[in-house]
Design a protein around this ligand. Structure first.
Ligand SMILES: [Zn+2]
Length: 180
């Protein structure tokens, strides 16, 4: 951030009085611009044992496979966000189930939250952010072409739990920050 989005003046990056972290501060209008992690929400849609994957049409990781997921919007719940993203990316209507994984993606300043989900009908397609969508048998998942570590982690926990007949939830940390 270089300029204040309230008044347009140049911002400074320093620790405000009483705070413990540096923030972007506008000395012209007094606004402190806090930056906090963003939430990415998605699900693992299951249809009779097969999983719905999308191939990304946008960067980052264009051409790689993922489960439906995206930025949570204001005014919706986690479950609504997961269902909305599934419709936008894979044109599929899902019933959102139990919490599956929470991945703290520290280098991207994001928290990724995934749910289990059920596809009632095998109806899906490529949304505007997808090149294609497919229902895949677990043995045919293109592991080498999965877009993100959080997706890989989520799919593995999902399949382990399903095989064991349980629905646990899991936390992980992904940290590719450069050492200071
Ligand atoms: Zn300002």
């Amino acid at each position: 951030m270089n300029f204040c989005n309230q008044c347009g003046a140049q911002v400074d990056f320093r620790v405000p009085p009483g705070d413990h972290l540096p923030r972007y501060i506008c000395d012209s209008c007094g606004t402190i611009h806090y930056q906090n992690p963003r939430l990415i929400v998605g699900c693992v849609p299951d249809y009779q044992g097969k999983i719905l994957l999308c191939r990304r049409a946008i960067e980052p990781r264009r051409g790689f496979w993922t489960v439906p997921a995206g930025f949570m919007e204001n005014g919706e719940t986690l479950q609504q966000a997961a269902a909305r993203e599934t419709y936008e990316e894979a044109l599929a209507r899902v019933e959102i189930g139990s919490l599956l994984t929470v991945a703290h993606v520290l280098h991207a300043q994001q928290v990724h939250v995934f749910f289990r989900a059920t596809l009632q009908e095998p109806e899906f397609g490529a949304g505007i952010e997808s090149l294609e969508a497919m229902l895949v048998d677990p043995k045919d998942i293109p592991w080498a072409d999965i877009a993100f570590p959080s997706t890989d982690y989520t799919l593995k926990r999902y399949l382990e739990d399903r095989a064991a007949g349980r629905e646990n939830h899991y936390f992980t940390e992904l940290d590719r920050r450069l050492p200071r």
